[in-house]
Design a protein around this ligand. Structure first.
Ligand code: NAD
Length: 296
């Protein structure tokens, strides 16, 4: 079993670190938040007093941080992970961040002779706790093979998406599509209702016809047809509109830097920005139904 440093024990990292403990690893946790750290200790992690303290003696370092700026600051610089990690340590960043930061940090790690992958996840807090996340991994084949042994303890689907940063590419493209499909699904249900067709009947038809998609069948934004969906709890998150907006902004920036045309992605970003402006971005992302219905 390995000694693993885990940095960032928030909503996602807390559950992921707990699964590494359950798999028998010695997990050293560090977070700026004492509350997050206390929870990790409750799950069997050992508390570290700093990033440097956590990574000392660690064969593997996993990070689960909010955004690219946090990842750059924790990995780079004189007090960063790259400069101070043990020789031969494997570095895994599972945060959802911009592709350029992911590639820059991995290049810096490789320049120091360290193997590193970007391994963002799909699946929310429940999947992190249950160990059923999907990991989209970018990096060399050998780094992927090493990381797989640990990612398997935290997820059920582990994909090698290609070179460094390609995990983030898969993540932003998937979530851009999810944002677009959610809005399209909301529009269809809202229009059906206005035209006199109830949600359950439209669901029964469209979920077996060509309009079928995940936002409809697993996460229906109209209350009723999918009992576990946030629409039945007044859109309590789940995956917040704020997080969807973060991912759509990452997709927009990525599209600009690649000179790719993503008109619907941009439109989705503009609509989720309206939820932010209305201070309703703490709702689940399917709560954009309220915006479409003119209720925000
Ligand atoms: P979170 O805000 O709950 O957790 C992030 C943690 O990082 C916090 O506890 C914070 O204190 C800590 N942190 C920040 N800077 C730090 C530093 N310099 N050193 C140590 N700790 C630091 O966020 P989350 O919901 O766990 O999400 C983490 C990442 O996973 C994000 O990139 C998010 O986009 C992605 N993600 C989240 C979900 C979800 O449903 N929550 C789903 C998929 C992906």
């Amino acid at each position: 079993m390995s000694t693993i440093a885990f940095i960032g024990l928030g909503n996602m990292g807390g559950g992921m670190a707990a699964n590494l403990v359950k798999a028998g690893h010695d997990v050293r946790a560090f977070d700026l938040s004492q509350e997050a750290l206390d929870k990790a200790v409750g799950a069997g992690c050992a508390a570290a007093s700093s990033v440097l303290n956590a990574i000392k003696g660690a064969e593997v370092v996993v990070t689960m941080l909010p955004a690219g700026t946090h990842v750059r600051s924790v990995y780079q610089g004189a007090d960063g992970i790259i400069e101070n990690a043990e020789e031969g340590a494997l570095l895994i960043d599972s945060s959802t961040i911009d592709i350029n930061s992911a590639r820059a940090v991995i290049k810096a790690a490789e320049d120091k002779g360290l193997a590193m992958v970007d391994a963002p996840v799909s699946g929310g807090v429940a999947a992190a706790a249950a160990g059923t996340l999907t990991f989209m991994v970018g990096g060399t084949k050998s780094a992927f093979a090493k990381a797989q042994l640990y990612l398997e303890k935290m997820g059920k689907n582990i994909f090698h998406a290609g070179d460094a940063g390609n995990g983030q590419v898969a993540k932003v493209c998937n979530n851009m599509l999810l944002g677009i499909s959610m809005i399209g699904t909301c529009e269809a249900f809202a229009l059906a209702e206005k035209l006199g067709l109830d949600a359950q009947t439209f669901f029964d038809i469209s979920s077996t016809a060509s309009g079928q998609n995940w936002s409809m069948t697993s996460y229906c934004p109209a209350p009723g047809p999918v009992p576990a969906a946030p629409s039945n709890r007044d859109y309590a998150a789940g995956f917040t509109a704020a997080m969807m907006l973060k991912d759509l902004r990452l997709a927009k920036d990525a599209a600009e830097s690649a000179q790719a045309s993503t008109p619907l992605g941009e439109h989705a970003e503009a609509l989720y920005s309206k939820m932010e402006a209305a201070k309703k971005d703490d709702l689940d992302f399917s709560g954009i139904m309220k915006l479409i219905q003119g209720m925000l």
